[in-house]
Ligand binder design. Sequence first.
Ligand SMILES: *Cc1c(COP(=O)(O)O)cnc(C)c1O
Length: 374
Amino acid sequence: MIPQTNPKAAYLAQREAIDAAIRRVLETGWYIQGEEVAAFERDFAAYTGSVHAVACASGTDALILALRGLGIGPGDAVITVSHTAVATVAAIELAGATPVLVDTDEHWTMAPAALEAVLKAWPSGVPKAKAVIPVHLYGQPAAMDEISAIAERHGLILLEDNAQAHGATLQGRMVGRWGKAAAYSLYPTKNLGAIGDGGIITTDDAGVAETLRALREYGWRERYISALAGMNSRLDPLQAAILRVKLTALPADTERRRAIAARYTAGLAGLPGLGLPKIRANAAPVYHLYVVDAGARRDELQARLKTAGVGTLIHYPVPVHLQPAYLGKIALGPGGLPNTERAAKSVLSLPLFPQLPDADVDTVIGAVKAAWAA
Ligand SMILES: *Cc1c(COP(=O)(O)O)cnc(C)c1O
């Protein structure tokens, strides 16, 4: 079976350095925060070109902390997409704010026109919009030029959900560098993954960074004195040490992801009715996922690939606004979310991780062609 993703392969690729990093932390006797976490934050800030990076326990927490750190909470609405990991929307609710969900465009990311439309016809009874969270889904940059212009015109804070797009660029500018802050997940299968949970927030604003550092640890600015009502969301030093090793491989891993994507695109071109990723002009995606649009044949294609020994996943099978926990709670844009609802029925993620050999990519291409012709 060729798996859709394989975090163990990433461990094995750097086994000696990761084992040594783990042993180093074990020997220090320092198991919460400390120099290892600070060093990872410096490394990640340097990688992204950000002034500050603040690590925390997960990507979901990174979003919650970022929202709180930007002063967003009860009485505020936050606009995002429904075609995303549920964490994006969960974080808005957990920060006490009200999510408002808009539709996606042909790149599977926030449609600027849908954002504009919902702001023009703001749903009644919903608090005033204070922020917008575009999601760089699948490693594809959202339309940040248009979205940031709309945000600016409407006085909205721009927070990027960069959980799937570490290092992607639009117009030569990294995603995560367009907004006031960006939240990253370091979940094992993400482009930069820990061996467990992790998250990090980047910002150039020293005041926001200082608030985030307090919020992640009981609101402390000074030990044992809670200046703010905070939480406990710390990145383990063990994970920080592992992530410092993994970060050294990220540029090469990203190039490998792009090479695999290019091989899929060349190998699968021209199959009638099979949609391949549409790349935005001037975008350099990082292919967290390679997602095809199989239309009404999606479930059949997935089943045939499984029989052929090819693992696939669906990101995501149910849009957030149709999930049991969120049904009816969330205000929608006018006209519903047709692209989002269509995506849930038609998308399929093919195997993609940096250690996937070309021979396996070719096997997948052959299996997709055979299944499509059947
Ligand atoms: C993974 C992910 C998150 C949540 O990250 P966790 O580390 O799992 O909490 C948020 N948003 C998106 C788009 C994600 O892919």
